[in-house]
Ligand binder design. Structure first.
Ligand code: SAH
Ligand code: SF4
Length: 364
């Protein structure tokens, strides 16, 4: 019996390697050096063939007709007083066209971090997370994940930040919308592209995947591409974590423990355990004691996150003072602990606040 023909989706330019483009040039009977020229534009974030100055018109037309050069469209950008920029992008692909994702650029003096999304909404439903309230709508492709970084690079070149802030992308964190490990293949492919020396050539030390704890996928990530790992722990007690991070019911703490112990981290590197501090929920003395028992201080550090409220959120955050005390108590037990500085508060760009609505925020 004959199988129905597979219709292959249109290749997305941001996901293409030099070898892919060389094969494409050969297929179109174009000189091989065009592949490198195209890649240079792409790496700079110039994805519109009309803006590729050294590409002749007939090749531009071939690109436009046969490839998806711009898998995302910038819909809106908000700039915070601290330099943080939040971007709203619309997908362009059939069936998901118009769905939105958000990405955030967080500048510091010597580094620029892009926080990228891996899904529209999220497959999981942690009750303190705004993205989780949106439900799952779509997985992004590798091209759409990489395009977030490229378009932000482009925007930063067009409009750099104030001199004291870094205006280029040096670090990537998969901490935007979605659970990266629930979109495993596309996320792994996007990591390969970000690390490819012909593409963005980022070292794995500069890439961090944050996961709520999908054990088999994290194990496979460690085997394929052991980038930095952050785990949304939020409680070291199974009964509490079942509520705060419901995937815990499937992969409880003992399994997560074994997975973290086996994750390959290089010397000088640590797994980050993220811990959002919720007033009266996971910030008490017994929570601290359970956390201390869970952490492996040689390989792990704890990052305390201030709860970022969103309209209608059912929790309130611990006070800053209480968070500092909690951190000091961890440190006194030999555990590296930091309190994460919240950025972009005035534009709701902080962790867990991303939730792209179809409605475009007011310009201003
Ligand atoms: N799905 C992944 C990555 C995206 S969320 C994960 O859960 O790890 C990135 C981080 O923001 C996670 O640690 C998440 O638990 C945290 N977060 C979610 N909602 C938050 C909120 N309202 N305030 C502070 N942190 C939040
Ligand atoms: Fe999804 Fe992470 Fe939010 Fe949980 S915290 S709902 S896994 S995005």
């Amino acid at each position: 019996m004959t199988q129905p023909a597979q219709t292959s989706p249109t290749p997305q330019l941001p996901a293409m390697t030099l070898a892919d483009l060389q094969a494409q040039m050969q297929h179109w009977q174009q000189p091989a050096f065009r592949a490198k020229q195209l890649l240079d534009w792409c790496n700079k974030g110039v994805l519109d063939p009309c803006e590729m100055a050294n590409i002749p018109a007939p090749l531009r037309q071939l690109l436009q007709e046969n490839l998806c050069c711009q898998p995302l469209k910038l819909v809106h950008r908000q700039c915070s007083s601290d330099g943080t920029r939040k971007y709203l992008f619309a997908l362009q692909r059939d069936r998901v066209a118009g769905k939105m994702v958000e990405s955030v650029f967080i500048p510091e003096e010597k580094r620029g971090t892009v926080c990228i999304s891996s899904q529209v909404g999220c497959v999981l439903d942690c009750p303190f997370c705004h993205t989780g309230t949106q439900g799952f709508e779509a997985n992004l492709t590798a091209g759409e994940i990489v395009a977030q970084v490229l378009m932000i690079k482009h925007d930063l070149r067009q409009e750099p930040l104030a001199d004291e802030l870094h205006s280029d992308v040096t670090h990537i964190v998969y901490m935007g919308m979605g659970e990266p490990m629930a979109n495993e293949a596309a996320v792994q492919q996007s990591i390969e592209i970000l690390m490819d020396e012909q593409r963005l050539h980022l070292s794995r030390r500069r890439i961090t995947v944050s996961s709520s704890g999908l054990v088999p996928q994290i194990t496979r990530l460690g085997a394929a591409q052991p980038v930095n790992l952050a785990i949304s722990l939020h409680s070291a007690d199974d009964a509490k974590r079942d509520i705060l991070v419901p995937i815990n019911k499937k992969y409880p703490l003992a399994e997560l423990r074994r997975c973290l112990d086996a994750y390959p981290i290089g010397k000088q590197r640590h797994i980050t355990l993220e811990y959002v501090m919720l007033d009266g929920v996971n910030d008490q003395a017994d929570d601290l004691a359970t956390l201390v028992r869970f952490v492996q201080p040689e390989r792990e550090r704890v990052n305390l996150i201030q709860f970022n409220p969103y309209p209608g959120s059912p929790y309130s955050g611990s006070s800053k003072q209480h968070m500092k005390r909690f951190a000091q108590q961890l440190i006194s037990q030999g555990i590296r602990a930091t309190v994460r500085r919240s950025r972009g508060d005035d534009i709701m760009a902080a962790c867990g606040q991303l939730k792209a609505d179809a409605t475009i925020p007011n310009q201003g």
